[in-house]
Design a protein around this ligand. Structure first.
Ligand code: SF4
Length: 207
C-alpha cells in the first residue's frame, strides 16, 4: 500500500509500472549518465542560494559559459525579485488516505499571488497543465496558504521561454480526480507488467 507518493513516483508509474516496481517497490537504483541532470543541479543550487540571500559571487565565477548564460537569463526574470516564501520547499497534501508531496524549486509571492517556479534545463512537460508536479504543488499551496491566487510557472531555461498555468476551481476538481484515480490504480496494481518493445536503465534486469 503506497500512502506517500511524489510527482516522480507518479510519472515513473505512468511511463512504466514495471519501472515503478523496480525503483519504488524493490528500491533498486540504476546509474544513469545524465549530463543534463548535472547541469540542472548546478543551476538549481545557484538559484537556491541566491533566493536565500546568500553571497553567490564565488559560485558565479566558477560557472561554465553555458551555465552563465542560463543563469543570467534566470536571474533577469521578474520572478526572482518577488518575495521569497521558500526555495527547495517541501510541501504535501492529503487526499483520502494518501499523502502527495515533494520539493518545489521556489515559491514566491507578489501582490498576494503565489508563484510556484519550476526551472527546467531539459524540456518542459508535454502536458504541463496536468503534469503531476503542477497538480500536486498547486493543490498543496492552495491547501497550506488558503488561497486561490496561485500560478505555476515552468521556466524553460534552454529555450529561454516560460509557461504559466493559473489555478482555477475547475482545475482543482480535475487535479483531485486525476490524483485519486492514479493512487487507486497504483494501490490495486498486482502485476507491474513488462511492456513490449521498450528500453530503459532497468532493461538488464527486466524480464
Ligand atoms: S525495460 Fe521496459 S518494461 Fe522493463 S522497466 Fe524498462 S521500460 Fe519498463
Amino acid at each position: 500500500m503506497f500512502n506517500q507518493l511524489s510527482p516522480n513516483m507518479l510519472k515513473t508509474y505512468e511511463i512504466c509500472p514495471r519501472k515503478f516496481y523496480f525503483k519504488y517497490v524493490k528500491g533498486i537504483s540504476m546509474p544513469t549518465n545524465d549530463s543534463i541532470f548535472e547541469f540542472g543541479k548546478n543551476i538549481h543550487a545557484l538559484a537556491f542560494y541566491n533566493l536565500r540571500g546568500e553571497n553567490i559571487d564565488k559560485m558565479e565565477l566558477a560557472l561554465s559559459e553555458k551555465e552563465r548564460d542560463v543563469w543570467n537569463y534566470l536571474k533577469s526574470l521578474k520572478y526572482l525579485s518577488y518575495e521569497v516564501v521558500g526555495a527547495e520547499y517541501n510541501l504535501s497534501l492529503k487526499i483520502e488516505n494518501t499523502f502527495f508531496g515533494g520539493r518545489l524549486d521556489a515559491l514566491l509571492k507578489n501582490d498576494d499571488r503565489y508563484y510556484i517556479l519550476d526551472y527546467k534545463t531539459g524540456s518542459i512537460p508535454k502536458n504541463p497543465k496536468f503534469d503531476y508536479q503542477t497538480m500536486i504543488y498547486t493543490l498543496a499551496v492552495k491547501e497550506f496558504f488558503k488561497t486561490n491566487d496561485i500560478s505555476f510557472v515552468y521556466l524553460d531555461l534552454k529555450n529561454k521561454t516560460e509557461l504559466k498555468i493559473d489555478y482555477t476551481d475547475e482545475l482543482e476538481k480535475e487535479y483531485i480526480k486525476k490524483l485519486t484515480d492514479i493512487k487507486n490504480k497504483i494501490n490495486s496494481e498486482e502485476n507491474f507488467s513488462k511492456q513490449k518493445d521498450c528500453n530503459c536503465e532497468y532493461s538488464l534486469i527486466c524480464y
